[in-house]
Design a protein around this ligand. Structure first.
Ligand code: FE2
Ligand code: FE2
Length: 184
């Protein structure tokens, strides 16, 4: 077992399996353009989600994450600057889809706790996408020796993780099943 593991690890450490630095940098830049588009789109989507929410705790969480997201747009711009590049946004199909899904959920749910549950669900999908992206970008930046960029990306990563955690807490504390008697 141990032998197999170390053998396969050795196989991946060959020159043929490695990525050229310039190609990793290209991948890094492409993903940065993608998340830059996504963050900008979220600065427009989050206010709509807050407007549709009922729970004050949820509204506050969405508004405070909106402020954080506006700062994240600037932080991503700082990463472009570290690369010596102008910030360029490239449409992120995944985030576009997640935002469309959020819109659909808001249109198809009754206002109140049900819509709030839908908003939380859509919001957490967004946060998880961001967590995956920033985790990757941080690792790429470290691999490329871009430590200042990696630090910024890790800071954003932690903000996304906190936003996700906050949504979990709100879901657990505010969304309850209505008693059957009350419904009738
Ligand atoms: Fe973000
Ligand atoms: Fe976020």
């Amino acid at each position: 077992m141990k032998t197999t593991k170390s053998k396969s690890h050795a196989n991946t450490a060959t020159a043929e399996y490695a990525i050229e630095e310039s190609k990793l940098l290209k991948l890094f830049e492409d993903e940065l353009k993608d998340i830059y588009w996504a963050e900008k789109a979220l600065t427009k989507a989050l206010p709509k989600m807050a407007k549709n929410a009922t729970s004050q705790e949820l509204i506050d969480a969405l508004q405070s994450h909106l402020e954080e997201t506006e700062e994240q747009v600037q932080k991503v711009e700082q990463v472009f600057a570290i690369l010596g590049k102008k910030p360029v946004a490239k449409k992120c199909e995944a985030m576009d889809g997640l935002i469309k899904e959020a819109q659909e959920i808001m249109e198809s749910t009754d206002e109140g706790a049900m819509r709030d549950a839908g908003i939380i669900s859509a919001g957490q999908k967004v946060e998880h996408y961001e967590i995956a992206t920033y985790g990757t970008l941080r690792t790429f930046a470290r691999t490329l020796g871009l430590n200042d960029a990696a630090d910024i990306l890790e800071e954003i990563l932690n903000e996304e993780k906190n936003a996700d955690q906050k949504l979990t807490e709100i879901a657990e504390s505010t969304i309850n099943i209505q008693a059957a008697e009350e419904e009738e």
